[in-house]
Design a protein around this ligand. Structure first.
Ligand code: PGA
Length: 221
């Protein structure tokens, strides 16, 4: 049985009250040994979520959705890796929503990766084409392949295309594990997990509702 990662990217959603409801609803999950669940709440909820996970004794890891490309210092509005490390083991870097809306360059993405790796935070680097893989300048453990036209549209990528792209990623970054992201739901997750080279999924919209997310977890293993 292969190990599977299911990552939930909440994006810019949820208040404390909503986060509590979500954790309440999923608190009875049984997590099989081969399943790793990682939740990426907004930064404002990292501390809160880490307390809930501890209180409820859940087998869930936490990740941040972003990290500053700089260390501590005079960078108004930024949250640095040391601050993230207090609550999270993972960080999402290079999501297409950040590349597009916040003009994050490959150089900035590499700086963020360096910050994360220097502190022992595991980056999940999101890519939508092979050039974005080629310019990654460090050994990356986890890459999420997220075709832009599949994100938030309900049009998940054809599994055959995903399979081909993962092979190309593996030629570049042999040791990286690859996740698929883009309109994953309880109905289609299996087709992606069944791809031999895929190690899991990154779920956006369908992770917000706890019942939908539970459906995804159930069908993941
Ligand atoms: P989606 O988002 O599941 O809503 O398509 C995935 C992502 O952007 O990580």
């Amino acid at each position: 049985m292969k190990n599977i990662i299911v990552a939930a990217n909440w994006k810019s959603n949820k208040t404390k009250r909503e986060a509590r409801q979500w954790f309440d609803e999923i608190s009875n999950i049984k997590t099989p040994d081969n399943l790793e669940i990682i939740v990426f709440p907004p930064l404002t909820l990292l501390d809160f979520a880490s307390n809930l996970i501890r209180e409820k004794n859940l087998q869930i890891k936490l990740g941040a959705q972003n990290v500053s490309p700089f260390g501590p210092g005079a960078y108004t509005g930024e949250i640095n890796g040391q601050q993230i490390k207090e609550f999270a083991d993972y960080v999402l870097i290079g999501h297409s929503e950040r590349r597009i809306n916040f003009h994050e360059s490959d150089e900035m993405i590499n700086r963020k990766i360096d910050q994360a790796l220097s502190l022992g935070i595991i980056p999940i680097v999101c890519v939508s084409n092979i050039n974005q893989v080629k310019v990654l300048n460090r050994k990356i453990q986890l890459i999420a392949y997220e075709p832009i036209e599949a994100i938030g549209t309900g049009n998940s990528e054809d599994p055959k295309t995903v399979e081909e792209f993962v092979e190309i990623i593996k030629e570049e970054k042999e040791n990286a594990q690859v996740l698929y992201g883009g309109s994953v739901n309880a109905g289609n997750i299996k087709t992606y997990i069944n791809i031999e080279q895929i190690s899991g999924v990154l779920v956006g919209g369908e992770s917000l509702d706890p019942l939908s997310f539970l459906g995804i977890l159930k069908n993941a293993v």
